[in-house]
Each structure stands twice: as structure tokens, then as C-alpha cells.
Design a protein around this ligand. Structure first.
Ligand code: URA
Length: 233
């Protein structure tokens, strides 16, 4: 199916995707233990999408990502650079809380990956921030440590979406390591300029034959005006 272009289509697509996630039982342990499925929330037309690791206890109870202490820090740091939480879309690698906040298992990440890729294709952000190791490894498809890649924006094609990816420390890690808060703040300061750049386009493969002309690229359809923001899907 073609990716939606109007705000209404994006919203309808996210609502349908969230309903599928809420019925998901692909990870039996997570499905049995969860209170809610934390699909994601924010502006369906956001230019910026944030990807954390997995819901914690507060998020599991409320059904909303990043509402606990890490979320409060994230909101404060975003506010410092003039970004309101309701202007962005926030989701996680996993949509269900791992028991006792253990690390996500590889098969759980694999099961939940499709929801993230579909969310990206529906929201169509220009910039994605991966928060912490799990989101960064998943979105970069590379085991590099977050310390090695944080704060360096790169153009990445993730599923059907081409975005500027900015890996960042996870705010929960920053809560426990004051030195990391400064690094997270420093890296987040790059966001306003990144958001000003035009949306990245997928790399065009070289022409197979001929005179060196690049194959024509489809013109992006005009953006509709953003409707009222939907908080929670
Ligand atoms: N940590 C995360 O990675 N995600 C949340 O939603 C909350 C805390």
C-alpha cells in the first residue's frame, strides 16, 4: 500500500496500527505481564520522532511513553531547545514493558520492529533520535556502542523511510550519570539546525546505461496543514 500523504490518512493509519499492537501477543511473556500496550504518542505529523527502549512501570500503567523520571528529564531538555513534547512523536523499540525492566530480548525486538517501521512510514519525520543503545543498534543495524556514535547525525534509510538519524544517550542513563546529562544536552542542541535542513532523500542508484542522467525522482506531494494534534493512539 502507498504511504499516506494527508494528515487524516496518517492519523487513520496510526490508529489502525495501534489497534493491531494492542492485540499483539507475539511475545507471550510480555503480553501476559503488561497492563497496557504503549504504542506511542505525540503529533502524527511531527518532523521529529524519538525512539526509546521500552516502557517502564509508569509507562505500562499509563499507556504513554516517557512519563516517568526519564521522561521528565527528556521534556526539560527538549524545552531548553524550544521543542515541546506534543510537537514530536515518541515511541519505543518495545511496546510492552519487560518484567522487572530487564533488557529487551533479541526476539522481542524482532517481533516489535514492524510496528516501529510502520510508525516511521506513517509519521514521515525528517529527523529521528534513537535514545540509548537498543534503539541506536536497531535503527543503525550495527552493534556500535552509543558512546561511539552519539551526537553524530547521519542519513539512514530505515524500512521505507529515509531520515536524519541522531543517536543520543538514553535519558534514564543520564539520570544516573550527571556527566551524561551534559553530553545529552550538548547533542540535543544540534536538533534545531537539523530540523531546518530539507528532508533527506533516499540515495539514488546510478543509472544502468546511458548518458549519465540520473533517473527522475518523484516530486513529493504538498504537505497538508496540520490538524489538531492527537495525543495518544
Ligand atoms: N524508557 C524508555 O526507553 N521508554 C519509555 O517509554 C520510558 C522509559
Amino acid at each position: 500500500m502507498a504511504d499516506p500523504v494527508t494528515a487524516g490518512e496518517r492519523r487513520a493509519g496510526l490508529t489502525e496500527l495501534a489497534a493491531r499492537a494492542r492485540a499483539c501477543e507475539r511475545c507471550p511473556q510480555l503480553a501476559a505481564a503488561r497492563t497496557t500496550v504503549v504504542f506511542g504518542n505525540g503529533d502524527p505529523d511531527a518532523d521529529l520522532l524519538l525512539v526509546g527502549e521500552a516502557p517502564g512501570q509508569d509507562e505500562d500503567r499509563q499507556g504513554v511513553p516517557f512519563v516517568g523520571a526519564a521522561g521528565r528529564l527528556l521534556n526539560e531538555l527538549l524545552a531548553e531547545i524550544g521543542i515541546r513534547r506534543d510537537e514530536v512523536f515518541v515511541t519505543n523499540v518495545l511496546r510492552c514493558r519487560p518484567p522487572d525492566n530487564r533488557d529487551p530480548l533479541p526476539e522481542e525486538i524482532d517481533h516489535c520492529r514492524g510496528y516501529l517501521l510502520e510508525t516511521l512510514a506513517l509519521v514521515r519525520p525528517k529527523v529521528v533520535c534513537s535514545l540509548g543503545t537498543f534503539a541506536t543498534r536497531l535503527l543503525r543495524e550495527d552493534p556500535a556502542s552509543i558512546r561511539a556514535v552519539r551526537g553524530r547525525a547521519e542519513i539512514r534509510t530505515i524500512g521505507r523511510s529515509t531520515v536524519r538519524l541522531l543517536p543520543l544517550f538514553h535519558p534514564a542513563a543520564a539520570l544516573y550519570q550527571p556527566s551524561s546529562v551534559e553530553l545529552l544536552r550538548e547533542d540535543l542542541a544540534r536538533l534545531p539546525a537539523l530540523l531546518e535542513l530539507p528532508a533527506p532523500t533516499p540515495a539514488v542508484p546510478p543509472p544502468v546505461t546511458g548518458d549519465g542522467d540520473r533517473p527522475p525522482q518523484a516530486e513529493a506531494p504538498p504537505e497538508p496543514p496540520a490538524d489538531a494534534q492527537l495525543g495518544l493512539f
